[in-house]
Design a protein. Structure first.
Length: 147
């Protein structure tokens, strides 16, 4: 009887492990205002994404700050325009629903991570990632593909 009872939680643990898959993504930014990726693909069975941004340059965040921000492609123009007024929150507008996920803003030699759920992402949806430091999004951007 005792054995049968203990088998129940083990079963549910296996089910939840199968449903919750965290996928790791790594990306780098440098002192030449570049990401090392122009496209990030996340498989449809990833329930979470754990993204790590590394700034491999030497310049401080005030001069060459980088972050990683994810948004719907349709929101890109309006959101990047709004980041200019968000200097107090590292150029990421606070409580803005257009921001799907974002890391902290970092300088050379630093790294920042963010973990987010893919629950709200649509398979085949059009998403863009970018650095929201003023002006950087013109070149520091890429496609984010889910599914
Ligand atoms: Co940047």
């Amino acid at each position: 009887m005792r054995r049968a009872l203990s088998a129940v939680p083990a079963f549910f643990l296996l089910v939840s492990v199968a449903q919750a898959k965290t996928c790791n993504v790594e990306i780098e930014g440098n002192d030449a205002m570049q990401f090392d990726k122009s496209e990030i693909k996340v498989a449809a069975d990833c329930s979470k994404v754990s993204l790590t941004l590394r700034h491999v340059g030497k310049l401080p965040a005030a001069a060459m700050g980088h972050n990683w921000v994810l948004t719907e492609a349709a929101d890109f123009d309006a959101l990047t325009a709004a980041t200019l007024a968000a200097a107090a929150t590292q150029y990421v507008p606070k409580d803005d629903r257009r921001v799907i996920a974002h890391t902290a803003l970092i300088g050379g030699g630093e790294k920042a991570s963010v973990e987010f759920s893919t629950r709200t992402l649509r398979k085949g949806g059009e998403y863009l990632f970018f650095c929201s430091f003023p002006g950087h999004w013109a070149v520091m951007k890429g496609r984010f593909i889910f599914g």
